[in-house]
Write a protein that binds this ligand. Structure first.
Ligand SMILES: Nc1ncnc2c1ncn2[C@@H]1O[C@H](COP(=O)(O)OP(=O)(O)OP(=O)(O)O)[C@@H](O)[C@H]1O
Ligand SMILES: [Mg+2]
Length: 471
């Protein structure tokens, strides 16, 4: 039985909420301020905290939220808020990890729904859930998705959890070409719905006027062109998976209808009078920044929060250069089956290191396209760096795994590059040709960078070589 901690300094409200939630079958503890809440959390494991945003005591809702997120990032926190504080509440959800906000006066059906949703996430992502510990979740091997990096391993773990728990709503985010569509298909294939349809729609590619009839279907005569009745994709995907690709491009009026479907799990055809229950797992994907879209009023905030309950973020390739060699091998292997009879190919370590260093703005799709080109066009079995396309060779950004660690700590890219240039110059006693070789860039590029950062070769002469560990 899931247990909930209610935090509010309004005793009357506490009693009412407690009664409602108990009737729903939850175990409910109540406390009157944040200090007591922290003490309670310390003592006992809860699955959900529902807290008022402002309380009269010194230590209010926001601070409580931060404290909880620091100790147990997986524990969902629902914030109760008055209309006047709505803006703050939205910020807490967008930036501080609150799960959702409940606007006062609290509506009972909304409360029940949000509590259910919140507990679902706890179930899906918690490693401490008392019903089902992480050890019991088998790691699924996604054979066609390559990723040895820690980031991808983490992603696979979350995918396994989503599949294991039968989660029916996920938002997949990531830059173009990172593998979002591939991941959506894998979630379908390996899940309990694998035998049922996988239906995919690109929300950006369908005219605004048609998207609703595509999604929800229409009755005969619903509009001029509706000469026969038509099933919508939600119906077609029943018991299976509906993949809403490029969800950021969905017209705003359709967004409110989608929100309704996600909340009620029922649809109504255009021109229809009956609602129909649908059992569909909705996977949505986007390469857009939805928070910005919300800010620009092109994406509904409530839909964003609803979708983002279970997010899967696919990191760009440049943040995981360690995945490049296995990806290259995998793709080359794939091409040799695709182009039967073509000789196998191999990259020299130098060529591989250039591939690792490149930023790949188009991510794996771009890598795949380049490799395919080389595979098809090159006559050599061993590919050296000279055969790589000029734009890949001409990179002035030496990216390595080490650099990524620094990046994460919030240092700007420019600073890191400067750091690298300095280290190389220090190591080579200010000899530009050697330093450029070390960095894998041309001497001209090096000089350009030195000029930019105001560095002079003579300043690096006769220095000790201690600072080169990072190289
Ligand atoms: N980890 C991976 N291992 C192997 N192949 C991958 C991986 N990630 C992506 N790919 C391949 O890269 C190509 C692009 O992937 P996909 O179409 O899934 O990207 P996307 O994130 O959906 O892009 P977009 O935002 O443009 O829709 C596909 O051919 C896919 O098979
Ligand atoms: Mg895609």
């Amino acid at each position: 039985m899931p247990s909930i901690l209610l935090v509010d300094d309004d005793a009357a409200q506490l009693t009412i909420l407690q009664r409602i939630l108990k009737r729903e079958g939850y175990t409910v503890a109540t406390v009157g301020d944040s200090k007591a809440a922290l003490a309670a959390i310390e003592e006992k494991m809860f699955d959900l905290v529902i807290s008022d945003m402002w309380m009269s005591s010194r230590f209010e809702g926001r601070a409580l939220l931060r404290e909880i997120k620091r100790n147990d990032p997986d524990l969902p926190v629902l914030i109760m808020t008055a209309f006047a504080e709505l803006n703050d509440a939205v910020n807490l959800v967008a930036h501080e990890g609150a799960f959702y906000y409940l606007e006062k006066p609290i509506q009972i059906d909304v409360l029940k729904r949000e509590v259910q949703h919140a507990l679902q996430t706890r179930g899906a992502f918690s490693s401490q859930s008392n019903t089902d510990s992480d050890e019991t979740i088998p790691d699924i091997r996604f054979n066609n998705i390559i990723g040895e990096s820690e980031q991808m391993q983490h992603l696979f773990k979350n995918m396994s959890r989503i599949i294991h728990r039968g989660v029916t709503q996920v938002l997949i985010t990531g830059e173009t070409g990172t593998g979002k569509s591939l991941i959506a298909r894998a979630l379908h294939k390996h899940g309990a719905r694998g035998e049922h349809p996988f239906v995919s729609i690109n929300c950006g590619a369908i005219p605004d006027t048609l998207i609703e009839s595509e999604l929800f279907g229409h009755e005969k005569g619903a509009f001029t062109d509706a000469v026969t009745e038509k099933k919508g994709l939600f119906e077609v995907a029943n018991h299976g998976v509906l993949f809403l690709d490029e969800i950021g491009d969905m017209p705003i009026q359709t967004q409110s209808k989608l929100l309704h479907v996600l909340e009620e799990r029922e649809i109504r055809r255009i021109g229809g009078t009956q609602n129909m229950k649908v059992d569909v797992c909705v996977l949505a994907a986007t390469n857009k920044n939805l928070i910005e879209a919300v800010r620009d009023n092109v994406f509904r905030e409530d839909l964003y929060f609803r979708l983002n309950v279970i997010p899967l973020h696919v990191p760009p390739l440049r943040e995981r250069p360690g995945d490049i060699p296995p990806l290259v091998n995998f793709l080359i292997q794939k091409f040799s089956t695709e182009y039967a009879g073509a000789p196998p190919k191999q990259f020299t370590p130098q060529a591989m290191s250039v591939l690792r260093r490149y930023q790949w703005p188009g991510n794996i799709r771009q890598l795949e396209n380049y490799l395919r080109r080389i595979f098809v066009l090159s006559e050599n079995e061993v590919i050296d760096k000279e055969e790589l396309p000029p734009e890949i060779l001409d990179t002035s950004l030496p990216v390595t795994d080490v650099e990524f660690d620094i990046l994460e700590a919030g240092v700007s890219l420019e600073e890191i590059i400067k750091e690298y240039v300095c280290s190389a110059l220090t190591k080579t006693n200010g000899q530009q040709i050697k330093a450029a070789q070390l960095l894998g860039i041309s001497r001209r590029k090096l000089q350009h960078r030195m000029q930019k950062y105001g560095l002079h070769s003579q300043d690096f002469k006769n220095n000790t070589t201690d600072a080169v560990g990072a190289l």
